[in-house]
Design a protein around this ligand. Structure first.
Ligand code: PRX
Length: 635
């Protein structure tokens, strides 16, 4: 018998030890008992972190949508699978049952086939948080097409880069999206993106805002009429365990975004099993994750993990501040949410508001509170725990990444005693290591260093689309025989982990990963700019904000004209998206450099943080004199 749902700490330790001692038996039991396979695997795991090659459940055949939909039809056909809560609270929420969801996914899968999509084709999805988004993901999975969701806040340039990199044949978008009191012209953004690439021959358009859009003849088609005609009978394509399920891009510190490739069987087993345990989901619970499906959190914990467990999952189209800062709490009350999963940046923003937003609603349905995306600071943790959880609902501070596919370090609610700001213990089967800069593992407790993982887990990304070499270099070359996360961490006296933040040039702003390299590339395109360096600095709500140091080609005061800051941020908006705008831009005569010409970001980071006490030895710099000027003119 597998231990699918862990009940207490003793059981956790016992099962954890087993998962480490005999990982293959452990995962095999979970996989065997809780999923629908069309053919069993020949081999549970083969791996080699040096190449790197990782395969789980090799030889197995399955379709993830049969696990998320078909197998629930008998016992949960009338159960609500998705609750859709629209942006406007006056618009009625939709409750989509498993039977209805199955039907819509099958119809959409047939539409995709009719429009020429075949197994293995890549489909770019640029949609707001409406049911069609979840349906599209599963429609792709149904026929073996690889979805590539691009968050609908990214710019046209960011969309086209991703379409080109993964060679997408089709884009699925909407006429527009509602966000708070704004509506965004998604179709216009797609049109602009497609000017740069000719790979896409079909654009399916969902009607959402009724905005006036231009439909390009032969290329653009409204989705609904095709759905109305489509058959609701669609046999699930038989997929190999290691066939790609999706590509999802994440920023790197330099270069273009990395298309992380997740495969079918391991991802399914891992997201389902983590969902069950980290949220202690029970049959009639209503679960809500506030993330957007454009990020991994939405893929794994709005769509696949919950649906594989036959859960009721909420999709929210709007934003926390619309129509007012009480929206999240009202939704919890309205749908009697039992598990609520959000990001520290939202918690901090909501904690700043008047308490009456929270006091006038009934939050008694809550059983578990989750946090994800960045370290949660002590103050936010306590507010979440005391005000939202009333001190009785455990907070699961879940650490993981786009690359890990699912939650890696987290308390299990009602099992693991929580500790503010600590993600606590590794999930079952996860073998973390803390290493020092020389790559030596720091064993025992009370150590701090860089966080690595020593052994494969089923949900890990298998490669970077079209760039296996980069996958190897980014994750498996820093430390021998280990996956390097890019995060710093410490382990306390009882073995609890606390994530201390990124140790590379990625800054997490409002929970979004932003590589500083690509942002600098965008700024440097400005004709007046000579070079730039971007660093993060602490921000009350966003966690981190961006501070840019920019040197211009011309020297002297007159060069800094009024609009320059605006133009620089405009460029960033166009190249990446508005989420990446800089909070502060300081024009400097020069940037501090090492003798080999490398920008000394460590110093710039300290100055941006207003921590001048510990700048280190600046005398080895090529141009130590610029440091004083930069400090004097600090914003
Ligand atoms: O630095 C860690 C931070 O977010 C990074 C991963 O970002 P992304 O791939 O966008 O995935 C976010 C959602 C899973 C990590 O390398 N991070 C994520 N969760 C936490 C966290 N940092 C501290 N505590 C967390 N709970």
């Amino acid at each position: 018998m597998s231990n699918y749902s862990i009940k207490n700490l003793e059981e956790y330790y016992q099962v954890y030890r087993k998962s480490i001692r005999e990982p293959e038996n452990f995962w095999e039991e979970i996989a065997e008992e809780h999923f629908l396979w069309r053919k069993k695997w020949n081999n549970v795991l083969s791996w080699d972190f040096s190449t790197p090659q990782i395969k789980w459940f090799e030889g197995a055949k399955l379709n993830i949508t049969e696990n998320c939909l078909d197998r629930h039809l008998i016992n949960r056909g009338d159960k609500t699978a998705i609750i859709f809560e629209p942006n406007d609270p006056a618009e009625e929420a939709q409750h989509i049952t498993y039977t209805q969801l199955h039907e819509r996914v099958c119809k959409m899968a047939n539409v995709l086939k009719d429009q020429g999509i075949k197994k293995g084709d890549r489909v770019c999805v640029y949609l707001p948080m409406i049911p069609e988004l979840a349906i599209t993901l599963m429609a792709c999975a149904r026929i073996g097409a690889i979805h590539n969701v691009v968050f609908a806040g990214f710019s046209a340039k960011a969309v086209s880069t991703r379409i080109i990199d993964s060679d997408c044949k089709m884009v699925i978008t909407a006429d527009g999206s509602f966000r708070g009191n704004k509506s965004i012209d998604l179709k216009g953004i797609v049109d602009e993106a497609l000017q740069d690439c000719e790979l896409v021959d079909k654009v399916l358009v969902v009607k959402r805002t009724n905005a006036d859009v231009t439909m390009v003849e032969k290329r653009d088609v409204w989705l609904q009429p095709l759905m109305d005609k489509a058959s609701s009978d669609c046999k699930a394509e038989l997929m190999d365990a290691e066939d790609p399920l999706f590509i999802l891009y994440t920023s790197g510190s330099t270069g273009k975004p990395k298309g992380m490739v997740h495969t079918t069987a391991g991802y399914m087993v891992y997201t389902a099993y983590t969902f069950k345990n980290v949220f202690q989901y029970k049959e009639n619970d209503v679960y809500w994750c506030t993330a957007d499906i454009g990020w991994i959190t939405g893929h794994s914990y709005i769509v696949y993990g919950p649906l594989a467990n036959g859960a009721t999952t909420v999709m929210f189209e709007g934003v926390p501040q619309y129509p007012d800062f009480g929206r999240f709490w009202k939704i919890i009350e309205k749908h009697k949410i039992n598990q609520f999963y959000t990001a520290p940046t939202a918690i901090r923003a909501l904690a700043k508001q008047n308490l009456s937003f929270v006091e006038n609603v009934d939050l008694s349905s809550i059983k578990v509170l989750g946090s994800v995306g960045e370290p949660i600071n002590e103050e936010a943790w306590h507010w979440y725990n005391d005000i939202i959880g009333k001190g009785k609902n455990p907070i699961v501070d879940t650490w993981w990444q786009t690359e890990t596919g699912g939650i890696m370090i987290s308390p299990l609610p009602y099992v693991t005693p929580t500790k503010p700001t600590y993600a606590t213990l590794p999930f079952l089967g996860v073998q973390p290591a803390i290493v020092n800069e020389n790559g030596e593992e720091l064993k025992g407790n009370q150590v701090e260093g860089r966080l690595c993982i020593k052994f494969p887990w089923p949900g890990m990304a298998r490669t970077i689309w079209n760039n296996h070499q980069r996958y190897k270099e980014t994750y498996f070359s820093t430390y021998e025989n280990m996956y390097f996360t890019g995060d710093g961490a410490l382990r306390d006296e009882v073995g609890y982990y606390r994530i201390t933040g990124r140790v590379d040039d990625v800054v997490i702003v409002s929970g979004h990963n932003l590589g500083t390299g690509p942002l600098e590339d965008a700024i440097n395109e400005h004709p007046a700019v000579s070079e730039s360096a971007i660093v993060g600095f602490p921000h009350d709500i966003k966690g981190n904000a961006l501070y840019g140091y920019v040197t211009l080609k011309e020297t002297g005061e007159s060069r800094v004209h009024e609009n320059l800051r605006k133009e620089i941020n405009q460029l960033i908006s166009e190249r990446i998206g508005p989420i990446a705008k800089l909070d502060k831009i300081q024009f400097t005569e020069a940037l501090p450099k090492t003798r080999s010409g490398k920008i000394m970001r460590r110093i710039l980071r300290k100055i941006a943080e207003n921590d001048m006490s510990n700048l280190g030895d600046t005398s080895t710099l090529l141009n130590p004199e610029v440091v004083k000027d930069i400090i004097d003119q600090r914003l």
